[in-house]
Ligand binder design. Structure first.
Ligand SMILES: Cc1cc2nc3c(=O)[nH]c(=O)nc-3n(C[C@H](O)[C@H](O)[C@H](O)COP(=O)(O)OP(=O)(O)OC[C@H]3O[C@@H](n4cnc5c(N)ncnc54)[C@H](O)[C@@H]3O)c2cc1C
Length: 438
């Protein structure tokens, strides 16, 4: 029989396992003292990464945002002068995300004290039997978004005589349209993140992310040899996603980079003001063989942006910087819809931009899984239509990385696993059109 004193002495001697744990804890504490550990490291400072860093820092997470180039560079997807915001989607899961984003855009504008979002109606047009356009009408109804459906005879009441609709075409008007200024918007979220206490570092190309056995978190390695330690990590690297994730884990997320072209056209002299938001001119999209989209005259007075959704598959490092598709169908469309009010003979300005496209054009928002489990979250594949939803995507990514779940949206359509079941991803019942854009 052991005396109580002897028992106390024995229980205070650590077992071999306890000893290892104690050593690990000591090492961890020492390391925590010697290197800075972030709660969340966000990689990629486009609109998605900048919105995520804003949201995580708002929730008092010690946040680090890393960018491979200069902040606000023009080599990815989130730069430039205009992006459409619209709630009209054939898929009924996007409108609610757009409406939530609208509130978050306004909140951010209020905090920063300037505007990045300019509201105007959205006008979708196309052949009356176009399945995607019909799905747009149903999805608006399902989401309680009021729509007015018009034809060529009632067109005049909406937009004067500025746009002509062919005989068998219809137009769908909703109030939820507008233009967002992308570079200014990214800068706004980066500034708000800094105000919340986030750390931002540019010219910091991440080459590897690995599990850190010592801290239990993740180690983020940059090309210049610097290392960053985080409890969690969010990867929002746009058209670089596929390559980075494949190099890190061997996992292939089917996100194809495309080089896309933005095109501006000259408005007939004397008509410039008619195509402005001040005159109620809408953001617009045309369904049919091609998906064509445009924004009112805003960033370049006297010019209007009208472009084709899509582009040339290429790596972001292998760009032409020149138009990637024939502009002939676009010229024809402009001539038919705007007559001589817009000069369709040649564009005045063309700009290059990167898309990162999934087979179903739905986003990828998910945990990376594998050895990273729930510690690494990815947000990518925004397929040429993600900008408008940047604020809600940032909120969702921050919820996932902090809480392990989000109450904002059903993530089913955005999971990586969908490509295991079907390499084309989510099935759409409007196969006569690219699923979505802009
Ligand atoms: C021509 C064009 C028109 C569009 N029009 C619309 C529209 O009208 N409406 C709409 O809603 N959306 C539109 N979009 C889509 C929208 O702009 C994109 O969905 C959105 O910008 C994607 O943002 P992102 O943050 O995922 O990618 P990006 O903006 O590309 O950001 C990713 C960032 O990660 C950085 N990065 C990459 N690799 C690393 C690394 N290893 N280490 C560190 N940093 C790294 C990149 O440099 C980049 O800054 C359009 C896109 C284009 C190209």
């Amino acid at each position: 029989m052991l005396t109580p004193q002897l028992q106390k002495l024995i229980s205070s001697v650590p077992s071999p396992t306890q000893k290892t744990e104690q050593t690990q804890t000591k090492k961890r504490k020492k390391m925590e003292k010697s290197i800075e550990i972030f709660d969340v490291i966000v990689i990629g400072a486009g609109i998605m990464g900048s919105c995520t860093a804003y949201q995580t820092s708002k929730r008092n997470q010690k946040t680090l945002l890393l960018e491979q180039f200069d902040f606000l560079h023009h080599l990815g997807s989130s730069h430039g002068e205009s992006r459409t915001i619209r709630a009209t989607y054939p898929e009924d899961y996007y409108p609610k995300m757009v409406l939530k984003s609208e509130t978050l855009w306004r909140d951010a504008e209020e905090q920063i004290g300037y505007k990045v979002y300019f509201k105007t109606p959205q006008f979708d047009v196309g052949p009356s039997n176009n399945k995607a356009l019909q799905a747009v009408i149903s999805s608006c109804e399902k989401n309680s978004i009021p729509v007015r459906v018009i034809d060529r005879n009632t067109m005049f009441q909406e937009f004067d005589d500025l746009i002509q609709l062919p005989d068998n075409w219809i137009g769908v008007v909703t109030e939820y349209g507008g233009v967002i200024k992308p570079t200014k918007a990214v800068s706004m979220f980066q500034t708000l993140a800094i105000k919340n206490g986030a750390f931002l570092k540019d010219n910091m190309e991440v080459v590897e992310i690995k599990k850190d056995s010592l801290t239990g978190g993740v180690l983020v390695m940059a090309k210049n040899g610097e290392k960053f330690c985080g409890k969690k990590c969010v990867v929002t690297v746009g058209s670089w996603m596929n390559k980075l994730v494949r190099n890190m884990t061997g996992v292939v997320i089917p996100i194809q980079p495309l080089e896309a072209t933005v095109v501006y056209w000259k408005i007939k002299r004397g008509y410039e003001s008619k195509f402005t938001i001040g005159n109620g001119f809408p953001t617009f999209a045309s369904y049919g063989e091609l998906y064509i989209y445009g924004t009112p005259s805003l960033e370049y007075p006297g010019l209007i942006k009208i472009s084709i959704h899509g582009g040339r598959p290429c790596e972001p490092t292998d760009r032409t910087w020149a138009p990637t598709q024939s502009l002939d169908p676009l010229k024809k469309w402009i001539q038919e819809k705007f007559g001589d009010l817009v000069d369709s003979t040649r564009p005045v300005v063309t700009q290059s931009c990167m898309y990162s496209v999934t087979p179903d054009e739905d986003f990828v928002i998910d945990f990376l899984g594998g050895e990273f489990g729930d510690d690494v979250v990815v947000g990518g594949g925004f397929s040429g239509h993600g900008f408008k939803m940047g604020p809600i995507v940032g909120k969702i990514l921050s919820d996932l990385v902090i809480d392990g779940e989000t109450k904002d949206v059903e993530l089913m359509h955005f999971r990586i696993k969908r490509f295991e079941k079907n390499s084309k991803g989510n099935l759409k019942n409007f196969d006569d059109q690219v699923s979505s854009s802009h």
